[in-house]
Design a protein around this ligand. Structure first.
Ligand code: SAM
Length: 272
């Protein structure tokens, strides 16, 4: 264990008042941070990509778990605080000042890193969609990400629920997605208006014969009009109605009743 100053002291010393525009809600509870760092599994000797380290609470937990961390932080004010943390773990922390949406993350690693982040809410979904849309096998070993609870529920949603939609299909057609823990709003400084949850996503084998673009077009059309029958919402997708008939998918159903496996089967039929 390292002899680091309490995070609240770090915040005060470096003047890191939370910026709403940057989605800053900091975590200070060491036990909670250690639990999040355990979600990807044993990190001893592993590489981790962290987005938005801020004052470095989660970064510290990841380093203490034995990981080497490359972290992208947009807020320049945090860089000196992170440099101080890096001194306590020589050679283990690289900090990149910049926008995670623009950084070439795979280029930062020789192997496959675990992605771990208490994400800024305003860019969290865009980052996730980017990571899930990457070529498969992905460049990351797993994703451990904090979201607003409502977004987390959409990611892990089962078919035939209100939360089920494009995000669920995207997250589940070639990976498994689970809520690892929920986090009360009071754990953050300042507390956000809503509850949060940590989602754990692990890549699986890609189903054969399915083009990602086709699946994407199908789910966009189907969930773009989620209350309509499939025969209406998929009218504009060439070949979709005939493929549904061949596969025995009733065209009077609505998108939210179509399982991930059924979307995959449809996309496979259309990818041929
Ligand atoms: N990891 C810290 C923690 O758990 O206490 C801070 C989490 S805070 C919710 C989100 C962090 O992401 C902030 O430090 C913010 O400055 C940073 N951030 C916001 N937008 C970003 C972006 N586009 N790229 C990189 N970092 C960003």
């Amino acid at each position: 264990m390292t002899d680091l100053p309490p995070l609240r002291d770090v915040i005060q010393r470096y003047g890191l008042s939370a910026s709403k525009a940057l989605g800053q809600n900091f975590l200070f509870d060491g036990q909670l941070l250690a639990r999040i760092a355990r979600v990807p599994g044993d990190l001893e000797g592993a590489e981790v990509f962290e987005v938005g380290p801020g004052p470095g609470g989660l970064t510290r937990a990841l380093l203490e778990a034995g990981a080497s961390v490359a972290a992208v932080e947009r807020d320049r004010r945090c860089i000196p605080a992170l440099a101080e943390l890096g001194e306590a773990f020589p050679g283990k922390l690289r900090v990149i000042e910049g926008d995670a949406l623009a950084v070439d993350a795979p280029a930062l690693f020789a192997g496959k890193p675990h992605v771990v982040a208490n994400l800024p809410y305003n860019v969290g979904t865009a980052l996730l969609v980017g990571w899930l849309s990457a070529a498969w096998e992905p460049w990351w070993a797993s994703l451990t990400l904090m979201f607003q609870k409502e977004v987390a529920e959409r990611i892990v949603a089962a078919v035939d629920t209100d939360a089920y939609g494009r995000l669920a299909v995207l997250a589940q057609w070639r990976s498994t997605a689970k809520i690892a823990m929920t986090v009360h709003r009071s754990a953050f400084t300042p507390p956000p208006k809503v509850m949060s949850a940590v989602v754990h996503i692990v890549p699986a084998a890609e189903p054969e014969g399915v083009k990602f673009k086709t699946l994407e077009a199908l789910t966009a059309a189907a969930f773009g009009q989620r209350r309509k029958m499939l025969r209406q919402s998929l009218k504009g997708v060439p070949g979709a109605l005939a493929a549904m008939e061949r596969l025995g998918i009733d065209s009077s159903r609505r998108a939210e009743t179509v399982s991930v496996a059924e979307f995959v089967a449809l996309a496979r039929a259309l990818s041929a």
